[in-house]
Design a protein around this ligand. Structure first.
Ligand code: NAP
Length: 285
C-alpha cells in the first residue's frame, strides 16, 4: 500500500494561524511588531525566492520580514559591520543570515557575529551548543525545528524510535540529530563516508534526508512503514525535487513528505516562532 503523503503546506498553514494569534497578542501588549532582517550577500536565485516566501509567511501572521542585500563582492569586514549594526538595532528582533555566502566569505565568522538571542535561524556556535545541552535558551535552526514539528503534528513518536539522519551539516543534519536525541530517539547520522547507507536507512523508523543529492534515497534503503522526511532541495531539468526517489519510496514508506510542499513550509513557520521568541526576549519576557 502506498504511503500517506504528509501535507506540509496544510500543517504549516494551521500552525501559522495559531502563531498569528500569538503575534497579535504580542503586538497589543507591547505595541511592537516582531521583526526579522534577512541578510543576503549576492543575489543567489534560490535565496531570493526563499526570502520572498519568508516575507509572505511573516506578513500573513502580522509580523515583519525585511531584506538587506549586500553586493556579492563585499568584503567580510563590511558584512561584519552590517551584522553589528543589526545587533545594535532594537527594532530588529531577529537576524537571518542566508546561505550560501559567496566563496571567500567566512561563514562561521560571520554567523558567530550575530548576537545569539537574535540568531533566529540557530546558526551561531553558541546556539548549536545550547541545543546540544538541551538548554531552553537555544534558538533551534528553523529547518530541523520544522521537521520535529511535523513529526509531532502527524503523531509520530520520536521517543523509543530508531532514526537515521542523512547529512551532518550544522544547519540541518547535525541539529536535527541533536533534537531527535533530545526527544529520546536513538539516532544514526550518515554522511559521505558512511559505509552502508542503505543498511542505515533500512534500520530507521524515522528517516530524515538532508544531503542535497537528488534521488539519493531509493526504495531499498527504506524500512517498510517508516516515516520519511525529505529536506532536499534540488533542481533536475528545471524541476524542484528532493533527495528521496519519491515515486518508488512512496510504495515502501508509511508516510512521506513530498517536495515541494513537505518540509519547506514548516521551516518558515519555525523562523517566525523563533522571531517571536527573540522579540519576547528583547522585551525582557
Ligand atoms: P550541505 O551543507 O551540503 O550538507 C550535506 C550533507 O549531506 C553533508 O553532511 C554530506 O556529507 C551529506 N551527503 C552528501 N552527499 C551524500 C551521500 N551521497 N551520501 C551520504 N551523505 C551525503 O547541505 P545542507 O545545507 O545541510 O542542506 C541539505 C539539503 O537540504 C540541501 O538540498 C538544501 O537545499 C536543503 N535545505 C532544505 C531546507 C528546507 O527548508 N527544506 C532548508 C535548508 C536546506 P559530508 O559531511 O561527508 O560532506
Amino acid at each position: 500500500m502506498a504511503a500517506k503523503i504528509i501535507d506540509g503546506r496544510a500543517l504549516a498553514s494551521a500552525q501559522l494561524d495559531k502563531l498569528k494569534t500569538e503575534v497579535a497578542d504580542f503586538i497589543s501588549k507591547n505595541g511592537v511588531v516582531p521583526s526579522v532582517t534577512i541578510l543576503r550577500v549576492g543575489a543567489d536565485e534560490g535565496s531570493v525566492t526563499y526570502a520572498r516566501q519568508i516575507r509572505r509567511t511573516f506578513e500573513r501572521a502580522g509580523a515583519t520580514a525585511s531584506e538587506l542585500e549586500l553586493p556579492a563582492d563585499v568584503k567580510a569586514d563590511q558584512v561584519l559591520v552590517e551584522v553589528r549594526r543589526l545587533n545594535a538595532n532594537s527594532s530588529v528582533h531577529g537576524i537571518m543570515l542566508q546561505a550560501p555566502l559567496p566563496a571567500g566569505l567566512p561563514w562561521r565568522v560571520i554567523a558567530d557575529a550575530i548576537e545569539p538571542p537574535k540568531d533566529v535561524d540557530g546558526v551561531t556556535a553558541t546556539n548549536l551548543g545550547l541545543l546540544a545541552a538541551g538548554d531552553s535558551r537555544a534558538m533551534a535552526p528553523a529547518t530541523p525545528a520544522g521537521g520535529m514539528a511535523l513529526l509531532r503534528l502527524i503523531g509520530v513518536e520520536a521517543a523509543g524510535s530508531l532514526a537515521t539522519v542523512v547529512g551532518r551539516s550544522t544547519v540541518v543534519g547535525l541539529p536535527l540529530a541533536l533534537m531527535l536525541i533530545r526527544a529520546h530517539s536513538t539516532v544514526t547520522v550518515c554522511h559521505t563516508r558512511t559505509p552502508d547507507l542503505a543498511a542505515a536507512g533500512r534500520s530507521a523508523d524515522i528517516l530524515c534526508v538532508a544531503a542535497g543529492r537528488a534521488n539519493l534515497v531509493r526504495a531499498n534503503m527504506v524500512k517498510p512503514g517508516a516515516t520519511v522526511l525529505d529536506f532536499g532541495v534540488n533542481f533536475v531539468d528545471g524541476k524542484l525535487t528532493g533527495d528521496v526517489a519519491f515515486d518508488e519510496v512512496v510504495e515502501v514508506a508509511g508516510q512521506i513528505t513530498p517536495v515541494p510542499g513537505g518540509t519547506g513550509p514548516m521551516t518558515n513557520v519555525c523562523l517566525l516562532e523563533n522571531t517571536l521568541k527573540a522579540a519576547r526576549l528583547a522585551l525582557g519576557g
